[in-house]
Design a binder for this molecule. Structure first.
Ligand SMILES: Cc1ncc(C[n+]2csc(CCOP(=O)(O)OP(=O)(O)O)c2C)c(N)n1
Length: 331
């Protein structure tokens, strides 16, 4: 097996760099949708299409040593923090060369060396991990920050409220990022969220701001402020990014022919496409598009050629290996 095609660290410091990453996420998930239809990805995916400005705007405000926790809709977060797209594709396709040796799949991609503490299939669960990591960083004297992504569906999870409280009283350097795309599966936020996202943060005295989640620059500005405050000991922050997913909740949705959003609503949000919005300001956009397409082609070819794990190793990595049992004490 040859090494993965080179994956340069993302440069999100310029509008062109942010555009390049948004294009990569857009094309990555478009390809993942094709692979899912072709049967290359077991279990389906939750496409991030439409929400690219949130992942990129927030990750542009993070330093390489910072960390993040992600969700079931995690490809955008993981790529924007610098994961190798070839290894993430291999992970989705269940290959040994994948980010997590093909065992994690779409919803459990992680690369701790890059500060990616993991996508997470349990709604809201990343918040507990984020506060733990942030609190630990402070106790060990590091000045790193953790970005915690979650959807509007997590606003009603007890773990998120506990995490907000603990982060507030411990001044843990967490930036809570609510991607409010208006729906939890098929349930509209308006029918499910008593109060509001900003109200949840206010209840725990966590400074919060709502931003246009279709505008990478607006997200970046708000995230940079919250990250700087958290890094300098000012405690957690909260961003409500108002955004939209262009595709269904999960790839199963098309097959089930669910109709909970009107065509007009989807079409209206598509006119606010975050890539179209930034593109006119990027003179080299055509070149970037071609470069991203080439990079993904190479990544896809490499990932599909990668071997699948040996079934005999299906039980590997399930349990942490602890210290040897003491004599006379059963393990
Ligand atoms: C604890 C828990 N409850 C329920 C589910 C089933 N579930 C998976 S995704 C989802 C909706 C999540 O909506 P939201 O948090 O708004 O994120 P989005 O899908 O919109 O990105 C639900 C209820 C789950 N995975 N975990």
């Amino acid at each position: 097996m040859t090494a993965a095609p080179p994956a340069p660290p993302p440069d999100l410091g310029t509008p062109a760099g942010r555009y390049r990453m948004m294009r990569l996420i857009r094309e990555f998930d478009t390809l993942a949708l094709e692979w899912e239809r072709a049967g290359e990805i077991p279990g389906g995916i939750h496409p991030y299409l439409g929400q690219e400005a949130v992942a990129v705007g927030v990750c542009a405000a993070l330093a390489p040593g910072d960390q993040l926790t992600s969700t079931h809709r995690g490809h955008g977060h993981v790529l924007a923090k610098g994961a190798d797209p070839a290894r993430l594709l291999a992970e989705l396709a269940g290959r040994e060369a994948g980010l997590n040796r093909g065992r994690g799949g779409s919803m459990h991609a992680a690369d701790v060396s890059l500060g990616i503490l993991g996508a997470n299939g349990m709604v809201g669960a990343g918040a507990a991990v984020a506060v733990g990591a942030a609190w630990a960083a402070r106790r060990f004297g590091r000045d790193t920050v953790v970005a915690c992504f979650f959807g509007d569906g997590a606003l009603n999870q007890g773990v998120l409220l506990e995490a907000l409280n603990l982060a507030s009283v411990r001044r843990a350097p967490v930036v809570f990022v609510c991607e409010n795309n208006g729906y939890a599966t098929t349930l509209p936020a308006a029918a499910a969220v008593g109060g509001s996202a900003l109200g949840r943060a206010a209840a725990f005295a966590v400074p919060a701001v709502a931003v246009d989640g279709m505008d990478a620059d607006a997200v970046h500005r708000a995230a940079a402020e919250a990250v700087a405050r958290a890094r300098s000991g000012g405690g957690p922050g909260f961003l409500e990014c108002r955004t939209y997913r262009f595709e269904g909740h999960h790839t199963m949705e098309r097959r089930l022919r669910l109709t909970y959003r009107s065509e007009q609503e989807v079409a209206l949000w598509r006119t606010r496409d975050p890539l179209d919005r930034l593109r006119p300001r990027i003179p080299e956009a055509d070149r970037i598009d071609a470069e991203v397409a080439g990079r993904l082609r190479a990544a896809a070819a490499w990932a599909l050629a990668a071997p699948r794990p040996d079934p005999a190793g299906a039980g590997d990595f399930l349990y942490a290996v602890g210290p040897p049992a003491r004599p006379g004490v059963s393990p």
